[in-house]
Design a protein around this ligand. Structure first.
Ligand code: NAP
Ligand code: HSE
Length: 428
């Protein structure tokens, strides 16, 4: 008779529902691949009365975490409830009880990954988190296994589905920020608190995880230069269009001479760039390796079934490891000293939108400030805003972040100039 592998799920929301659905729909295939009859035994929720997307058939609901964490029959715990506590505590309890853990929780992995990985190793348990980055794209295993032989130089990604969905709809359907955010929430893409999505924090957490896997470096979330999409004005989208760019929220992690720079922010991508056509809730991760060159991984970055596919692929890996007796190996064992690149070694072109008094000499002053900082202009657009002010848009030549910051700090001292937007520009 085929061995059974019982799963306990913490959470029955968007992702939890998808996991339940896929484990049932693809049971036959999963059993052939793993040699186990994988089934859900119990699911933790807050509210037993709430209507659920799928029938509670073959498993029970509980509001008591110990029903799952202390059940000796459950060998795999899937955490899809979100946030830090109590999810962290439940995962620690599960690992200490010898249960393997699969999670989609990037907040937790980005902030407490080290602790959880150490406890998993100490207890010879698997801890996998494929769904934590880029939903349905199997990007973590691609980096850890598929690109293991390469030296990764740069990882650039559209890694937040909610903001990519919003920017796409705001641009193509001319809808308001509030309206498109509401739709992203209704579709189950957004975090419980969508501030994480729109302020770039969710993407920054994913970049922390990608940096750890791609470069073996543990960067703190606080060291990720993070800007969200709130400041993108319709005018920025129109000007970008005019200059043949598209604005996307992009995370970048680049290694140079043993140090890494990680950032998240709106970026102007040329229309011909492979990531410029990534729309709606889709994500893309663009990896540059010393040997393989440029490769791109594309697919749905959020939503019930795509995300659940990644979670179930982790459960399948746990089952295979259990068959082979190879549980307890870290998802990623590449480690490197963590060093941050200094701002005078980070180079890019930049887009800036500045509102200034429409008076003789103000523009000259602006060009002087930038010239003194050694920042040259590649493109300049000026248009009147009203009778007294004008909007100036500049795209700089490639410049260091240190030089740009010097120029911006000078601009901020001038009462007749207000810096409204500052985004990186990618070429090539
Ligand atoms: P969700 O729809 O809000 O579902 C959360 C579930 O967890 C709900 O069933 C809720 O119970 C339960 N829950 C939350 N706190 C609980 C607590 N203290 N005790 C017991 N049950 C609790 O969230 P989701 O969108 O599925 O996201 C889950 C995780 O996956 C998050 O870490 C998220 O970042 C990650 N993720 C989501 C997506 C996506 O597209 N949604 C993609 C990738 C990763 P009730 O139903 O009773 O309220
Ligand atoms: N809120 C996240 C997003 C879910 O929109 O990308 C997937 O991680």
């Amino acid at each position: 008779m085929e061995a059974k592998l019982k799963v306990g799920i913490l959470g029955f929301g968007t992702v939890g529902s998808g996991v339940i659905h896929i484990l049932e729909e693809h049971a036959e295939k999963i059993s052939q691949i793993t040699g186990y009859q994988v089934s859900v035994k119990k699911v933790l929720v807050r509210d037993l009365e709430k209507n659920r997307r799928y029938e509670t058939k073959g498993f029970s609901l509980t509001t008591e975490p110990t029903d799952i964490l202390d059940d000796p029959e459950i060998s795999v715990v899937v955490e899809v409830m979100g946030s830090i506590e109590p999810a962290r505590e439940y995962i620690l309890q599960a690992l200490k009880a010898g249960k393997h853990v699969v999670t989609a929780n990037k907040d937790l992995i980005a902030l407490h990954g080290d602790e959880l990985i150490a406890v998993a190793q100490a207890n010879k348990c698997d801890l996998f988190y494929e769904a934590s980055v880029a939903g349905g794209i199997p990007i973590l295993r691609t980096i850890v296994n598929g690109l293991a032989a390469d030296k990764i130089q740069k990882v650039m990604g559209i890694v937040n589905g909610t903001t990519n969905f919003m920017l796409t709809k705001m641009k193509t359907e001319k809808r308001t920020y509030e309206d498109v955010l509401k739709e992203a929430q209704d579709l189950g893409f957004a975090e419980a608190d969508p501030t994480s999505d729109v302020d770039g924090i969710d993407a920054a957490r994913k970049m922390v995880i990608l940096t750890r896997l791609a470069f073996g470096m543990n960067v703190d979330l606080a060291d990720v230069d993070t800007v969200g999409i709130r400041g993108i004005a319709p005018r920025d989208m129109e000007v970008a269009e005019q200059l043949k760019y598209v604005i996307k929220l992009v995370g970048t992690a680049e290694e140079k001479n043993g140090s890494v720079a990680v950032s998240v922010g709106p970026v102007l991508l040329p229309k011909y760039h492979p990531m410029a056509g990534v729309n709606n809730e889709n994500n893309a991760v663009f990896v540059t390796g010393a040997a393989a060159g440029e490769t791109m991984y594309y697919g749905p970055g959020a939503g019930e079934l795509p995300t659940a596919t990644s979670v179930v692929s982790d459960i399948i890996t746990v089952a295979k490891n259990s068959k082979l007796g190879t549980n307890g190996n870290a998802f990623n064992s590449y480690q490197h000293d963590t060093k941050q690149t200094s701002p005078d070694e980070i180079f890019s072109k930049y887009y800036m939108r500045i509102v200034m008094d429409d008076k003789t000499g103000t523009f000259l002053k602006l060009t002087q400030i930038f010239a003194e900082a050694g920042v040259g202009f590649d493109k300049i657009l000026q248009e009147p805003l009203d009778d007294y002010t004008a909007t100036v848009v500049v795209v700089t030549h490639v410049t260091s972040k240190a030089q740009l910051e010097q120029a911006i700090s000078r601009v901020e001292l001038e009462p007749q100039m207000q810096m409204q937007a500052k985004y990186q520009v990618v070429e090539g």
